[in-house]
Design a protein around this ligand. Structure first.
Ligand code: FES
Length: 150
């Protein structure tokens, strides 16, 4: 089987197929931008895009994503290394505190803005409500999303 990760094809050997997508990304492919938080599908730190939609990767067996397109935080910048507008907005608004949850927050935001380019404040809150931040940066996250929209 294979998976497309950040537009690149990776063959997944049979021995890995019961591992989670998160474990394969971090431990086998070296893509450590996606974080392990709760490991129970509840915090959103492990959010990636699966066929363009936000998806938690900590419980999902990699065998379930055969042939599908996965995007991680490492794949957001363009071919010249220029940051994605959401990443740039995060920098401009100085969103992160400890930073641990922020890759997941950014990926959830990218998914939202692809589906709804101009979400209302209520919709932003709703879409990101499952991505927890223990440092309390929610207000700056909101500002980051709004800057990315502008
Ligand atoms: Fe996957 Fe918390 S690590 S939801």
């Amino acid at each position: 089987m294979h998976v497309l990760v950040n537009r690149q094809r990776f063959d997944i050997p049979p021995g890995w197929q019961d591992e989670t997508l998160l474990a394969v990304l971090r431990e086998h492919l070296g893509l450590v931008g996606t974080k392990f938080g709760c490991g129970a599908g509840q915090c959103g730190a492990c959010t990636v895009l699966l066929d363009g939609h936000a998806q938690r990767s900590c419980l999902l067996p990699v065998g379930a994503v055969q042939g599908r397109a996965v995007e991680t935080i490492e794949g957001l910048s363009d071919a010249n290394g220029r940051l994605h507008p959401v990443q740039q907005a995060w920098l401009d608004e100085a969103v992160p505190q400890c930073g641990y949850c922020q890759a997941g927050q950014i990926m959830a935001t990218v998914a939202l803005l692809r589906q709804e380019p101009t979400p209302s404040p209520a919709r932003i809150d709703e879409a990101l409500s499952g991505n927890l931040c223990r440092c309390g940066t929610q207000q700056r996250i909101r500002a980051g999303v709004q800057r990315a929209v502008a």
